[in-house]
Design a protein around this ligand. Structure first.
Ligand SMILES: Cc1ncc(COP(=O)(O)O)c(C=O)c1O
Length: 355
């Protein structure tokens, strides 16, 4: 039977508990909610819905081009970052790809649909889930594609741009495409240290995946995009699916969100404060935390493998990481939310993990 493997499934949680007020720590969504003006933009867009959406997302890519400082021809928008992932697999049909584990599940799922031979580079608890130098030698085995999530989901570990430049250089020499998923980069304190955005023009084997989902708190609207100087790939992505996957509503919401720069600054500040608060509280409870550079915290509790179930009984949904390759039921991930929600979680954790 098909198994849903992501966070954010409040629907099943509500069914299981008969509790309509589940607090969702399992999806890593900006706790500030929709940016100012987006709700109004969505309502206004409804009156245009008797038309098909612009298949080229012209107005949106124009706004994104200004925001990302890249030519609009280097941007492809889709129905969430996940749609880009599946389209990439379908368009490029890589014969052999390298994935890091544990990481976001859809890379493997998407490549599985086109029969890609997968090899895995294990990130381990012993190394704090860091990417080690030997990764560069592994790239010499020659892959059609390498997928890197930065910061990584679920570990929250980040890889520095200077190191990724070496990765890109090696891969460039071997005609290997590199997808760097930066969907959580907006939550990082020093994005300039980690993002490879500035390398887009120099490396046409680089694709950067981004979304409005987490940073602008709009998972329900579905809007993601990819940046690359390789315009042939953008054409192939267009050809790999329907032309109208980004609704008029999502396009207008995206344009409005991009204007809200103050909202992103507020977000970064809030996440920084609340992440520190949660890390401190978790460490007080003797929980082992890792990475956690973004708006989620990844931790290990050997003595509490049922923690997710115990919290759900109290109306709190967290992400068990047991189904990630290389992890087990000792590992969990929680979103960084606002102080009121974080306090509820900490109180429940204190109750369950009694020292
Ligand atoms: C690292 C990463 N990339 C991509 C996605 C997909 O995002 P979207 O909801 O925009 O499809 C997710 C969703 O959880 C994610 O964690």
């Amino acid at each position: 039977m098909y198994k849903y493997v992501h966070g954010g499934d409040i629907y099943t949680a509500r069914d299981l508990t008969q509790n309509p007020n589940i607090i969702d720590f399992s999806a890593n969504i900006n706790p500030l909610g929709l940016p100012p003006g987006v709700k109004e933009a969505v309502l206004a867009a409804l009156s245009e819905c008797q038309h098909y959406p612009d298949p080229f997302c012209r107005e949106l890519t124009q706004a994104l081009a200004a925001y990302e400082h890249v030519p609009r021809e280097n941007i492809y928008c889709a129905n969430g970052a996940s749609e880009v992932i599946f389209r990439l697999a379908l368009a490029l049909k890589p014969k052999k790809a390298l994935l890091l584990t544990p990481s976001f599940a859809d890379y493997e799922k998407a490549l599985g649909t086109v029969g890609t031979t997968l090899e895995f580079y294990p990130l381990t608890a012993e190394n704090d889930f860091r990417l080690e130098k030997d990764f560069l030698q592994v790239l010499d085995r020659t892959y059609d594609m390498v997928w890197i999530c930065n910061p990584n989901n679920p570990t929250g570990q980040g890889y520095e741009a200077s190191f990724l430049k070496e990765v890109l250089e090696r891969c460039h020499r071997r005609n290997t495409l590199v997808l760097v998923d930066e969907c959580f980069m907006d939550f990082v304190d020093e994005p300039e240290k980690y993002s490879v955005q500035h390398l887009l023009e120099s490396y046409n084997n680089l694709l950067i995946l981004k979304a409005f989902t987490k940073n602008y708190a709009m998972p329900g609207l579905r809007l993601g995009y990819v940046l690359t100087a390789n315009r042939q790939i953008i054409d192939e992505l267009r050809a790999a699916g329907q032309d109208w996957s980004v609704s008029i509503i999502a396009q207008k919401a995206g344009i409005c969100a991009l204007g809200q720069t103050e909202y992103l600054q507020k977000t970064r500040q809030l996440i920084k404060t609340e992440r520190q608060f949660l890390l401190k509280e978790l460490n007080k409870l003797g929980v082992r935390t890792y990475g956690s550079l973004a708006n989620y915290i990844f931790f290990q509790t050997p003595g509490h493998r049922e923690l997710d179930k115990q919290l759900l009984a109290r109306g709190i949904l967290i992400r068990s990481c047991a189904n990630y390759r290389g992890l087990n039921s000792e590992f969990f991930r929680i979103a960084v939310k606002n102080r009121a929600d974080n306090l509820i979680l900490v109180a429940a954790l204190k109750d369950i993990i009694k020292l």
